[in-house]
Design a protein around this ligand. Structure first.
Ligand SMILES: *Cc1c(COP(=O)(O)O)cnc(C)c1O
Length: 458
């Protein structure tokens, strides 16, 4: 009976030609971004930070948005990405569940991030921008944008969170190889960087700080804008190509997932795999959708839903989102891409609406899951991705207990070949669990959210 292939492939002709915008289908609209006075900010307030064509996408409520031909052409260098049936993992677990993973690790930068990086570089170039600044945590976003800027033909400067800059020198070399400049953050190049270095010269840095530095440099010049690798609506939009492909791939084998799982840092790969399935759910389909995060940085599971800034220096408007507080410096766990204090407003909103669930997992369980995956399926996952794998394994074990043939889809957001130090630390017993202490969470929230207007309806 088992004629189903291990890899379910689409031809390039079958690649989706439009992105899906969930803003068209939300049962209640998202609260708008606001200023500190609580008044909604207009598109013009963002014009020095982002090009207007991306700001238009940010606020669009059109359901389908055409993917420009040149972007499709570049995405075809690695897309459509394969959907794998993880038979060997299923066998090791002895589960009746059918496990599928969408392999976004096949992109040149090794993760899902080029899906939006290519699009953002293209829209900036179309708008006349010559230079993009950005931040990067573990380095995946910086390398994705570096590659994309080179392919599109503009310049790129990356502020990399200090601790990752030190832990992951190869990511920096990748960025340099694709022609970008990579600077450890906080840096003496910006006012915010100098202030933070004065207060704490040994700071490990944070994404919030690096974002402040990148925005500060972008707004100084007319030919320069800033690019964000996650969190914003247009980033979620560009990533929906993942779930749209997966839906077509499931059509090919005549199946549909019971459970869709993604790890969540800023929320983009999770949104990418899940929003097209949430479209079905909003229209009556029964599908369970789970976002998984580290227990050291439990944004969706423990942080309040509030108006907060995306960065330390409060250069972004206040966004309605689950937030650990914009002053939060996350513990130095190895899943650097999951160390952000906030969560995409769209993902936060779908959580508020009860469309998705969230779980927080300990680091050691995730590494254990990553090793089992590598031992059965071969591929070594990114530490971020291992959270999705660990949640998938939990669901597969539950399906076994209940004797149910559940179909599980997870997003395999990236490979871990640049993250081997974390594996080394785990295998030599140096990794321990760190559930975020409640007292630290409360202190960060008190220091960060004070005086912010309440989100309407909350
Ligand atoms: C950046 C990254 C993440 C987390 O970012 P999201 O915006 O939440 O997707 C997860 N996995 C990998 C491999 C990443 O590079």
């Amino acid at each position: 009976m088992s004629t189903e292939p291990t890899k379910i492939l689409l031809s390039e002709d079958e690649m989706p030609r439009q992105w899906y915008n969930i803003q068209a289908d939300l049962p209640s609209p998202m609260p708008p971004p606001v200023g500190l006075d609580g008044n909604p900010i207009g598109p013009d307030a963002l014009a020095k930070v982002f090009p207007m064509n991306l700001i238009e996408q940010e606020v669009s409520t059109e359901r389908w948005i055409d993917i420009p031909e040149e972007i499709l052409g570049i995405l075809k260098l690695w897309r459509p990405s394969p959907l794998y049936r993880a038979r060997r993992l299923e066998a090791a677990l002895g589960t009746p569940a059918k496990i599928y993973y969408k392999n976004e690790g096949v992109s040149p930068a090794g993760s899902h991030k080029p899906n939006t990086a290519v699009a953002q570089a293209w829209y900036n170039r179309e708008f006349g921008i010559k230079y993009l600044t950005t931040e990067t945590g573990a380095g995946q976003w910086g390398s994705a944008l570096a590659m994309s800027c080179k392919l599109i033909g503009i310049e790129c400067k990356v502020f990399m969170v200090r601790i990752s800059f030190d832990q992951k020198p190869f990511r920096k070399i990748m960025m340099n190889t694709w022609g970008a400049e990579c600077i450890p953050s906080p840096s003496p190049l910006t006012a915010v960087g100098r202030r933070i270095l004065e207060e704490d010269p040994d700071t490990p840095g944070s994404l919030g700080i690096a974002i402040s530095e990148a925005i500060e440099q972008a707004v100084e010049r007319d030919d320069t804008r800033y690019a964000l690798g996650s969190v914003l609506n247009h980033v979620m939009l560009h990533q929906t190509i993942i779930g749209l492909e997966a839906r077509k791939q499931f059509d090919k084998i005549g199946r549909y997932p019971d459970i869709v799982i993604g790890c969540a840092g800023g929320g983009s790969n999770f949104a990418g795999i899940s929003f097209p399935f949430l479209y079905d759910k909003i229209h009556g389909k029964d599908v369970q959708v789970i976002a998984t995060e580290p227990e050291a940085c439990p944004t969706l599971t423990r942080a309040p839903y509030a108006y907060d800034s995306g960065d330390v220096a409060m250069m972004t408007p206040l966004l309605p989102m689950h937030s650990l507080g914009h002053t939060f410096i996350p513990p130095a766990i190895h899943a650097g891409g999951l160390r952000y204090h906030g969560m995409a407003p769209l993902v936060s909103h779908t959580k508020q609406l009860g469309l998705i669930e969230a779980t927080a997992l300990p680091q050691t369980e995730c590494y254990e899951a990553a090793l089992l995956f590598a031992h059965t399926e071969g591929f070594i996952p990114a530490p971020e991705t291992s959270h999705a794998i660990a949640q998938t394994i939990r669901e597969a074990k539950q399906a076994k207990e209940e004797g149910k043939e559940k179909v599980i889809l997870m997003n395999w957001s990236g490979h871990g070949l640049m993250d081997l130090q974390g594996y080394d630390a785990y295998m030599s017993g140096k990794i321990s669990d760190y559930p975020l202490p409640e007292e630290l969470l409360q202190r960060s929230i008190a220091a960060s959210l004070e005086g912010h207007p309440p989100v309407p309806g909350c």
